[in-house]
Design a protein around this ligand. Structure first.
Ligand code: XIL
Length: 330
């Protein structure tokens, strides 16, 4: 049958996946590589463009791991997304690096870093310029060396630097505020941030909705209505939309695998139907294609220790109902 990439393209949507060159690499796994080449019109490095991989040394940036993925995309006619220029969370900024940044002057440092990374990857058509800067507990900006010293201006500087050094690339704000109950403060904070971007003329084109969804959340009608209202507010402000990191956590499901897979597929179909009803949504990326390589295996293991099944292909590279659900939604 047609690939997900082809089905999506017929709807004007770019379909793809995150790819890791490290933990599970397509370079060591030909079956995985073939699935990526067949299904994906775009790939995004899962970790290789992050500060904690690239490093802060202007003389010796570690670009090799991402370069390898960029070459893989180029060779196989896939586009390349960039993730991410400023992951504004202390957890992902090594302390020695934060100290260096403070000493160097955060504004100068940030401009130089973004210039360096954007210039190195001219192939990237869409950048997650800033990732996860809203604190889900308060709805305010997370504290890092950048926001402590520059406040909101840190974000303006990041987007302006991206515009200067990757002028043709789409500029995205990416975050995980999901449709599940308990995310109200996070969503409200993201809306305020998007409003501030507009009020202060910060050049942001789109909201990346990570979409790490799960089978365990509250998916009542009221909950779904709230979610659609959130997305309406975003599109009313003129932002485009992307699903950037789709996967379906199934740690709440017990029982046999066929039943689990069917439930995962049903939730995904419902979510995608809603999201694809927005003409502003033109990119759909999974956070991996093969269950066994999903970050969720380590990040949120199932209580019964069985593998999670959050992605379109199983450990034996067989397509699952989740992929069929995507195809049906497209
Ligand atoms: C995750 C990767 O999948 C892991 O391999 C890594 O250890 C931590 O980061 N939101 C994001 C992504 O924006 O960068 C995260 O990726 C998943 C959550």
């Amino acid at each position: 049958g047609p690939s997900l990439r082809q089905l999506a393209a017929e709807k004007g949507i770019l379909f793809g996946s995150a790819v890791s060159g490290r933990r599970a690499s397509p370079f060591d796994d030909p079956a995985y590589r073939d699935i990526l080449i067949r299904e994906c019109g775009v790939i995004v490095p899962e970790n290789e463009m992050k500060l904690y991989v690239v490093g802060g040394d202007p003389k010796r940036p570690n670009f090799a791991p991402a370069d390898r993925l960029a070459a893989f995309a180029r060779t196989n006619g896939m586009k390349l997304r960039g993730h991410t220029l400023l992951w504004n969370r202390v957890e992902y900024m090594p302390a020695p690096l934060a100290a260096q940044i403070r000493a160097a002057g955060p504004e100068r440092w940030l401009r130089d870093y973004i210039a360096r990374v954007c210039t190195h990857f001219p192939q990237v058509y869409s950048w997650d310029v800033v990732n996860e800067t809203i604190d889900p507990k308060t709805g305010g900006l997370r504290d890092t060396v950048f926001t402590q010293t520059l406040g909101f201006d840190a974000l303006r500087i990041a987007y302006e630097a991206a515009r200067e050094h990757a002028p043709r690339a789409q500029r995205v704000y990416n975050d995980y505020m999901s449709w599940e109950r308990g995310n109200e403060t996070h969503r409200a904070g993201v809306l305020r941030l998007l409003e501030q971007f507009r009020a202060k003329n910060v050049p942001v084109d789109a909201l990346g909705i990570q979409s790490h969804i799960g089978t365990d959340g509250d998916h009542s009608d009221a909950q779904r209505r709230d979610w659609m209202q959130f997305v309406d507010r975003v599109t009313d402000m003129g932002y485009r939309l992307l699903i950037t990191e789709f996967d379906v956590n199934d740690k709440s499901l017990t029982g046999d695998i066929a039943k689990r897979d069917a439930e995962v597929a049903a939730i995904a179909k419902d979510y995608l139907d809603r999201m694809l009803s927005y003409r502003q949504l033109d990119q759909l990326l999974f956070w991996g294609m093969i269950d066994k390589y999903s970050w969720l295996q380590g990040f949120t293991p199932r209580p019964d220790k069985l593998p999670q099944r959050p992605l379109p292909y199983d450990a034996a590279y067989r397509p699952k109902p989740l992929g069929a659900a995507v195809a049906a939604a497209l």
